[in-house]
Each structure stands twice: as C-alpha cells, then as structure tokens.
Design a protein around this ligand. Structure first.
Ligand SMILES: [Mn+2]
Length: 332
C-alpha cells in the first residue's frame, strides 16, 4: 500500500461519522466515487453520509439505489449540522473547497478532519489532514479501486464494482481519451468479473435521450452553416426551439461534440439564445486557441474550449460578427 494510502486509511479507521462529497454539476466519476466509497465505508461499519451541492443528474440516479445522496440546500440546517458534527469529511474528484459551492463555508468551519482523494492538478496540502492526489489516474474511481483493493479485495461488491466502472467509463470518454491504457482495461476486466455489467451501465448512462431532445438536435443540425473551406461550423438553438419542445439549455449538452466530430472541422461554434443574452460556446482542435476568440466577446476558457455571453444582439448579427472575427483570426 502506498504511504499516503496508509495515512488516509489510518484516519478513516479512527473515524466514524464521515461526510462524503464531490464537485458541483457532478459527472459519472463524481457520483461513482461518492457511491462506491459510501458503500465501502458501510462495509467497514462506519456511518457515512453523502451531501452534495448539486442534485444527481437523472441518468446517474440509478447508482444511488437507496436515494441516500443529500442535496445541501434542500435541508441546509440539518446538512450543515452533519458537516459540523462529522469526525471526517472526504472530498472526492475535486481538491477545491469552492467546487462544493454552497457547502464551502460549512466544510471550512467544521472541526472534522479532512481528506481529499482526487486526480486533478492543484491540490493545496494545507487544507487536508491527508490526501491521495495523483493526476496520472484517468479517473478518480480508478484511485478508489486501487485504494479499496489494497485494503481488501472482498470489499469490491457488485454495487461498488458498478459505481467504479461508471466513473472509469465516463472519465475516459468510454475508453477513448488519452489516458486509456492497458491498466484501465485490466481494472475494468476485474470490475466486470466482480459483477459490473458494461452493457446495462452504458445504456443507463448514454441511452437516455427523449423524442423532444432528438428533435432539438435535428433543429440544431438543420441550423448548421459552414465557412472557410468547411473548417468552421456554426449552429444555433433559439428560444422558439426551447418553447416548441418544452426544453431548456440543459438539453443542449453534447451539441459541441456533434459538430466537432465532423471530419475536417477545426472550429465549432454553438450559439444558444437565452432569455436576455446569447451564450456562445467555442470549440477547436489542435493548436487553435479559441480562448483568445472568447476574450473578444468578453468571455474566457481554455485553449480548445471557451465561451462568452453577449447581450443586446440578435442571432444573425452575432453570427456575422463571429464569422468576421474568425476571418482575421484564421488569417493571423
Ligand atoms: Mn474525475
């Protein structure tokens, strides 16, 4: 067992009331992490609770069989008390208190020991009594797999195996992102032997579209316009689309991937008309830095993914402006 594994284990062994949490807008790795560790701590005869800032996304709810995940603001007083009176708080799949949003202050003020298990950069050791932070891992659930296995392989029950599998599958983009190596498959083979069902887990998470959602994708695809030798694509979703189909911005998730999967595309732009502004999402491939472009519209982001919000402009006006800016941008 790695030395920081031992340190973490020592603190967990000496704690009983344990609060587990993860980041805002939790993904499969976040929910997989809290559920797997919750089940593991129960097997260790601890008293764990899960409290998150965000509600669990509907396609991940099946992992929370007993509906045990609490949403902090839904019962702020009681949840703050649980955090205050805990022996230990374990933060999973993020190392920043601020990513627990509404819970940040309670966590900061609690006298409980704090542990972080995470695979992102930027851990601040002074915030934690002990931590496992390793950016080599493709998902937080793969760290938890190694941790639980190092404790006792028998703790990886079917439910825990399923939760861990979900975290690994989703954080590796279904086994296609760069850190998908042989170890990932060895780990997943073991999880499948222990009861994780790759077919139903995939279907639960990804095969969850609705007719309205599909119609919104159709309208979005219909709106696509191509520029600059088909290297640039712009698509939009309007308030009318949302109204007609009874949907909202949550349902635009994944539209950037649709356009970035088009062969030869270098820059993709998704425009979403909201009540009083238009949200721009820029995506790019390789060395094209769209965060520069986002800055032109007073936004920001990363090299290959950035965004901005623009007010007092119509959809056609904004489109024209972006296309013009792209001209100089591609030329330079
Ligand atoms: Mn993760």
């Amino acid at each position: 067992m790695e030395s920081n594994f031992k340190e973490v284990k020592g603190i967990i062994d000496s704690s009983n009331k344990i609060v587990l949490t993860t980041h805002v807008v939790p993904d499969g790795d976040a929910i997989g992490s809290v559920i797997a560790f919750y089940e593991y701590l129960k097997l260790k005869s601890k008293s764990p609770v899960i409290i998150n800032h965000s509600p669990t996304p509907f396609n991940l709810k099946f992992l929370d069989k007993d509906n045990s995940i609490k949403v902090f603001l839904e019962n702020e007083k009681e949840n703050a008390k649980l955090i205050e009176e805990a022996d230990l708080i374990i933060i999973l799949d993020t190392n920043e208190y601020s990513r627990t949003r509404s819970m940040e202050e309670s966590i900061r003020n609690s006298g409980a020991k704090k542990i972080c298990i995470d695979h992102h950069t930027g851990i601040k050791p002074e915030l934690y009594s002990a931590y496992i932070s390793n950016t080599e891992y493709p998902s937080n659930c793969s760290i938890l797999y190694d941790y639980i296995k190092a404790d006792n392989d028998k703790f990886i029950t079917k439910d825990i195996a399923s939760a861990l599998y979900v975290g690994i599958m989703t954080d590796t983009g279904s086994f296609r992102h760069p850190r998908t190596d042989a170890d990932v498959f060895v780990m997943c083979a073991d999880l499948i032997r222990k009861g994780a069902d790759p077919v139903s887990l995939y279907e639960n998470i990804y095969a969850v579209t609705t007719m309205e959602n599909l119609k919104l994708s159709a309208r979005f695809i219909e709106s696509l316009e191509f520029y600059y030798d088909n290297k640039v694509v712009i698509g939009n979703v309007t308030q009318k689309d949302f109204r007609d189909l009874g949907l909202n911005i949550d349902h635009v998730e994944g539209f950037s991937s649709i356009i970035m999967n088009i062969l030869g595309i270098k820059i993709g732009v998704v425009l979403v008309e909201l009540k009083d502004n238009i949200k721009i999402s820029f995506r790019s491939k390789g060395d094209i830095n769209v965060s520069e472009l986002a800055k032109v519209f007073e936004g920001g982001g990363h090299k290959n993914a950035a965004g901005a919000n623009v007010k007092n402009v119509t959809m056609p006006e904004l489109k024209n402006e972006i296309i013009k800016k792209l001209q100089t941008y591609l030329d330079s």
